[in-house]
Design a protein. Structure first.
Length: 131
């Protein structure tokens, strides 16, 4: 489930002992297909690797919420301001862009409070078709 993915990611960051992590879980665990969950797992893994490797972040806030049939997943890192409109590029960002497209979702990254806020939005009624 998405909740278990987010918990696992937060726990793995905390276990390293170098990161402060805040986790906000959605009230309900939305039914997502296995393919959607796999894509989300890979997107979050790539974004986490980028935040550690390139941004050298020390604090993370991650979570998800559902509102009006839309799932929003967010991931904040505190160290490097960065903006990205979700268009395909080389390397990890290209991989994220492709997976987001496969989900019929949208992603953006905006510089916030000295860091960057990654936001992925997914219409819940369309994700089954994307699988």
């Amino acid at each position: 489930t998405l909740k278990s993915q987010l918990v696992r990611l937060a726990d793995s960051l905390r276990a390293l002992g170098r990161y402060e992590v805040t986790l906000t879980l959605p009230e309900e665990d939305n039914r997502l297909t296995d393919i959607a969950l796999l894509n989300l797992d890979r997107i979050l893994s790539e974004w986490t690797a980028n935040a550690i490797r390139h941004a050298r972040a020390t604090q993370f806030a991650l979570g998800a919420r559902t509102r009006r049939g839309r799932l929003t997943i967010y991931f904040y890192q505190n160290r490097t301001p960065f903006s990205w409109r979700g268009k395909a590029e080389r390397g990890g960002l290209g991989s994220i862009a492709t997976r987001v497209q496969n989900l019929n979702a949208a992603v953006s990254v905006k510089a916030r409070k000295g860091g960057a806020l990654f936001v992925l939005r997914l219409k819940l009624h369309t994700q089954a078709a994307a699988a």
